[in-house]
Ligand binder design. Structure first.
Ligand SMILES: Nc1ncnc2c1ncn2[C@@H]1O[C@H](COP(=O)(O)OP(=O)(O)OP(=O)(O)O)[C@@H](O)[C@H]1O
Length: 771
């Protein structure tokens, strides 16, 4: 069964209608008009919002509380953006100008290497441009400041497989929402996100991995989107949100994204060769090639734009495919003669932009009111022509008429696209979006609410006429100061994040019982085998000459057994713990990077992960040390052996963390095992530390925790016999000190900690995610 398809129709637990369509219901809402004119438009907004379902209204209210502004959402304006990193021969982006409207679904398209990722990184404040100007909500500003208000959904659904849908989203919310929010507030927001994403019926299901899925691909994508919406973002960027999904799931995701945009959140997607129904849902398009624009404007205008350049669109061809072919320089099938190169398209866009800016008739485009691009004397109109927004009266009349006649009313973007009505593409979109509630009670309620309000709306029309109705995007400058102030309070403190990450890590471990069982079993087996190997010696691991004058009675000498036992112990612990140690970080590396780039504290995560593993490490050490001691009966006090082994486990886990930062997930366990074997061999047992000293390489051996473990074992096994044997002679022969157990334990802790510091540096410096 297609879970995604069934999921899109299943209601949440407290939602009465079985026709609930989540966020998509917002697509049927009347236009959302902003701009407060003596409270007049506010009443219209309230009217618009009253037709939304209670779940979506709860989400909108929650968003307002999280952002502390009434009209959440970000619009971006950019002028002449150029990025030319050092070492790169060509600029990655050059002369990009335009805008991204608040509340619009904007798609960025281009061939491989066109600069889409870099452009999105710039808009998200993750990368800086070498040149250009940027406006946020109509005000020149630094994008970095708004990072906490921006969500990013990577192409691969990077979620924790052994956590439920609710837990994945809830964790993100608790880390990123305003810190003064109580548990109930966070829970309510998460519930509203889950309901609106139609995940309520699977909220307690484990997410599962791609190899072992427990929910469908479309649902995983929704979880991934939910993790961002949980943080109440004002803009959300998605890298190929439909890739890998079947047609139904892909359309459903895009409709959801479009509805989210309608609520005010700016949605920007990177998309490749979209299917026609997906292409039709896009409001605005930004087409890139070779790091430069070749089109920016409404999706509805892209076809006429290319037709003016001589391209013909076959009757039944997929518009998305044709556009992709054209912008990658493969448009010969659609233009028999003339230039079809990407450079030609880029040059055309640039010249027509400048022609339009200078008022030249030949200009192919005209500015559309983008504040940055057209609001100043130096402005460069940067978008293809958007028909002027219709008057508010037209919109309200159309909406009221449509409600009277029972037809679906025009949507905001459709109106913004042209007073002439909806474009053909948008008509297609609407007809393909199933009207899930043709005669539903909520629809009738919404109609009657509208009728009731007709009078009051009619009475305010006159006063509204004086003002210019503003549709998306709406600069929210007056609210900017409040928003920036509020941004500082976003996100849990580092200490709280540590606590949250710790409880999550412990929960994960408690669910991974088979692995723990296997690890403890392996530790017990290794300890038993080593104990059996040492058992015939009955704990006598040292023999040396007697002191004079009894030295002539000495029968034999054995100074190697103690270092050898230490060597075998080090190797066994290395084998037992390196693979589990590497799992902790390498399996979650992508999740960690996603979280870190979303603003989670790396330090909190790292410390919590390391703390969470301590009980497991102690259990493994107990299972290793106990059989070893019972079978080999050495003369070392049990607690000293336990502490020594435990600190060596600590070192191996630390070393495994370092390996997981540099090695690929598949090769990390093998590499960690090999590394632990090497440091085990460098324990001074064979070759002896004395020989190493003669090679002047003691410093190298001393860098290995193995040598400190061996020195403790040697001292503990030999020193108690000092009244019988010449232990100093033995010490000189082997090269180990007899004293300093406490110091050596301290060194082991220090080495383990140094490994962790190196691992943390690796975590911070590790390659960033693709976007
Ligand atoms: N930091 C950098 N230094 C030098 N060149 C870079 C850097 N980052 C990206 N590039 C280059 O810039 C070009 C655009 O890269 P970008 O990742 O933005 O393209 P893209 O459109 O996202 O491609 P794709 O769809 O294949 O991911 C590529 O040729 C890439 O190799």
């Amino acid at each position: 069964m297609d879970l995604e398809a069934s999921g899109s129709r299943s209601p949440g637990p407290h939602i009465s209608t079985d026709l609930w369509a989540g966020f998509q219901q917002a697509l049927d809402a009347p236009p959302h008009v902003y701009n407060d004119v003596d409270g007049v438009i506010t009443s219209i907004r309230k009217t618009a919002e009253s037709s939304l379902s209670p779940e979506i209204r709860a989400f909108v209210e929650s968003m307002r509380r999280a952002t502390d502004v009434t009209d959440f959402g970000l619009s971006f304006g950019y002028k002449d953006l150029s990025c030319h990193p050092k070492g790169s021969r060509e600029p990655i982006l050059s002369h990009i100008s335009g805008s991204i409207r608040r509340g619009a679904l904007t798609a960025i398209m281009g061939g491989s290497g066109a600069g889409k990722t870099t452009f999105v990184n710039v808009l998200m404040g993750k990368a800086e441009c070498t040149h250009g100007e940027i406006q946020i909500n109509g005000v020149p500003d630094k994008l970095k400041r708004y990072k906490k208000l921006v969500g990013y959904v990577p192409q691969d659904d990077i979620v924790l497989p052994d956590m439920t849908v609710y837990e994945n989203i809830h964790h993100s919310a608790r880390i990123r929402l305003p810190r003064e929010w109580g548990d109930n507030d966070v829970r309510a927001h998460v519930e509203s996100v889950i309901n609106c994403l139609e995940l309520a019926h699977i909220k307690d299901s484990m997410v599962g991995s791609i190899g072992k899925p427990t929910i469908s691909g479309g649902q995983r994508k929704r979880v991934s989107i939910g993790m961002e919406l949980a943080a109440a973002p004002m803009a959300i960027f998605l890298d190929e949100p439909t890739s890998g999904l079947d047609a139904t799931a892909a359309s459903s995701i895009m409709r959801t994204l479009k509805a989210i945009a309608r609520l005010g959140i700016s949605v920007v997607v990177i998309i490749h060769q979209p299917r026609v129904e997906i292409f039709d849902m896009i409001d605005d398009l930004i087409l890139l090639a070779n790091g430069q624009q070749l089109y920016e404007g409404p999706e509805a205008n892209v076809r006429p734009f290319f037709e003016r350049l001589g391209y013909t669109f076959p009757k039944h061809a997929n518009l998305g495919d044709v556009v992709t072919d054209i912008i990658t320089g493969n448009g010969r099938a659609y233009k028999q003669e003339g230039d079809i190169s990407k450079d030609g398209l880029v040059a055309h866009w640039r010249t027509s932009r400048y022609a339009a800016a200078s008022g030249n008739e030949g200009g192919d485009i005209a500015g559309d009111g983008d504040a940055l691009a057209s609001g100043t004397s130096t402005a460069v109109p940067s978008r293809a022509p958007s028909p002027p927004p219709p008057a508010l009266e037209t919109i309200m009349s159309a909406r009221l008429d449509s409600l009277e006649s029972g037809a679906d009313g025009p949507r905001t973007h459709e109106m913004a696209k042209g007073s002439s009505g909806t474009s053909s593409t948008n008509r297609r979109t609407r007809s393909e979006v199933p009207d899930v509630r043709p005669d539903s009670p909520s629809r009738s309620r919404s109609r009657s609410r509208f009728r009731d309000r007709t009078l009051s709306i009619a009475s305010v029309r006159e006063s509204v006429r004086e003002s210019v109705p503003v549709f998306f995007p709406q600069p929210v400058n007056p609210q900017r100061a409040i928003m920036l102030q509020y941004l500082k309070k976003r996100g849990a403190s580092r200490l709280k994040q540590m606590r949250l990450c710790l409880s999550r890590a412990l929960l994960q471990q408690s669910r991974d019982f088979p692995t723990l069982f296997f690890e403890l079993g392996l530790a017990a087996l290794a300890g038993s085998l080593l104990g059996l190997a040492e058992n015939p010696k009955a704990g006598v691991l040292f023999l040396a000459p007697y002191y004079p004058p009894y030295d002539v009675l000495s029968v034999s000498m054995d100074v190697k057994s103690a270092p050898e036992m230490a060597l075998l112990t080090a190797i066994a612990i290395g084998l037992v713990s390196s693979a589990p140690g590497v799992r902790f970080f390498s399996e979650e590396m992508l999740v960690q990077r996603r979280e870190a780039e979303a603003g989670h504290s790396r330090l909190a995560y790292f410390v919590a992960k390391n703390v969470s593993v301590l009980p497991r490490m102690m259990l493994a050490c107990l299972h290793f040390t106990t059989p070893l001691f019972l079978l080999s009966v050495p003369i070392i006090p049990w607690w000293v052996a336990f502490a020594t082994n435990l600190f060596y486990f600590y070192c191996i886990y630390g070393l495994a963390s370092c390996v997981s930062m540099v090695a690929k997930r598949e090769s990390a366990p093998l590499l960690a095992t090999m590394t632990s074997l090497i440091i085990g061999i460098l324990s001074g047992g064979a070759p002896s530390l004395n020989s190493v000293k003669t090679w002047h390489l003691e410093w190298l051996w001393r860098m290995s925790p193995g040598v400190w473990l061996a020195e403790i074992y040697f001292g503990q096994l030999v020193n108690p016999l000092r009244h019988i044997y010449d232990v100093h002679l033995a010490s000189r022969l082997v090269g180990f000190d007899l004293e300093g157990t406490g110091r050596n334990l301290g060194v082991l802790v220090a080495i383990g900690t140094i490994y962790r510091i190196i691992a943390f540096v690796g975590l911070v410096k590790a390659k960033k995610m693709r976007v």
